[in-house]
Design a protein around this ligand. Sequence first.
Ligand code: CMC
Length: 393
Amino acid sequence: TGKVTLDYGFGNTANCESNITYIDGGNGILRYRGYPIEELARESTFIEVCYLLIYGELPDAPSLERFTHVIKRNRLLPEDFIAFFGAFPSNGHPMSVLQAGVAGLATYYEDTLNPLDPDQLDAATFQLLGKLPTMVSMIAKRAEGLPTLYPDSSRDLTEDFIRMTFGLPYQSYDIDPAMVRALDTLFILHADHEQNCSTSTVRFVGSSHANLYASVASAIGALSGPLHGGANEAVLRMLIQMRDTDMTVKQFVEKVKNKEEGIKLMGFGHRVYKSYDPRAAIVKESAHEVLSRLGKADKLLDLATELEEVALSDDYFISRNLYPNVDFYTGLIYRAMGFRMKMFTPLFAIGRLPGWIAQYREMIKDPATKIARPRQVYIGETERHYTSLRSRG
Ligand code: CMC
């Protein structure tokens, strides 16, 4: 009731108050719980950032140990759940399998489904933080027809995720600590981003008191789209297409500017940042570091660098405040690390999971929360009357 305001994409509408993440899009500032993203990326770890987002403060040593322990303990998937991965074609997109898998987890943990019971919500929180990376590594293995590996609690979480994704049973696997650190930092950079499409989805779905698994599964669906998390894969496909068709950067940029076939410069632009995305600045530096460390000169990195330079000096992009976003360089790093393209967005999901969970918990606890139910402006037919099939056409 009352006057309805039309606001496509909720560009001007806030659906909640939040203590979690602050963005100043004009000045390229991002903070989790008050801490600048640059400091967290440089000095913190992903597990600490998970704790920070969910509980609001950085953990002391015993709290971090307890938190890490409980997540490690929750990493094993139910043994019969593993058959689930075999039910999908091995080349099916990992995001679809992951979405189904996360929704399906709820069937195993029925005593963790009531979000209004704090103990049950904690249990669901730990189940997801533990199991989602295990699931992602198993999906990666299945896609290559290789045996899956079980978690090893003697290793740190990110290191063990890499082992489960790339290692083989009964074979030692040397893990480069620099690679672990680079991936951990990428997870930190993705960990929350206030009311983006997937996080709003978590809040929307959760506002009906749907359980955490159902809400996170919906968020995974939202994240899979190329305008959101799917952009990291789309950027790489775009670069490969440019390389393989010998199209010059200038020619490609012209196509984008002319909006030919609706082509966009993937990995560019953002609803909130109207200056350089601070995450992209860190990722760009890391891309150069990781590629040179792994000795993987990549023509695609040269193409991306040139593309950024050309775009940033072009009026089309300048006048619209379009800068590279977090997804522009991440795919190049994942690829250098050995991940297949289809695994890029699931990696984003691992990083974003603590943000989804923190936002869901904040939403559930906030007494002001209401079921999400936007209005519309109806522009269809006015009343008319049914005619029988015979009298139509
Ligand atoms: N390439 C070319 N033109 C663009 C782009 C782009 N990447 N992004 C925006 N524009 C143009 C758009 O066509 C519009 O032009 P005009 O005024 O002539 O119609 C203008 O810039 C404003 O764009 P918008 O579509 O109103 O912006 P939005 O806030 O609705 O969309 C966005 C934000 C991220 C969906 C969009 O910039 C985009 O599609 N980017 C490419 C996909 C991408 O990289 N997504 C990742 C986003 S960041 C991390 C994440 O969420 O995963």
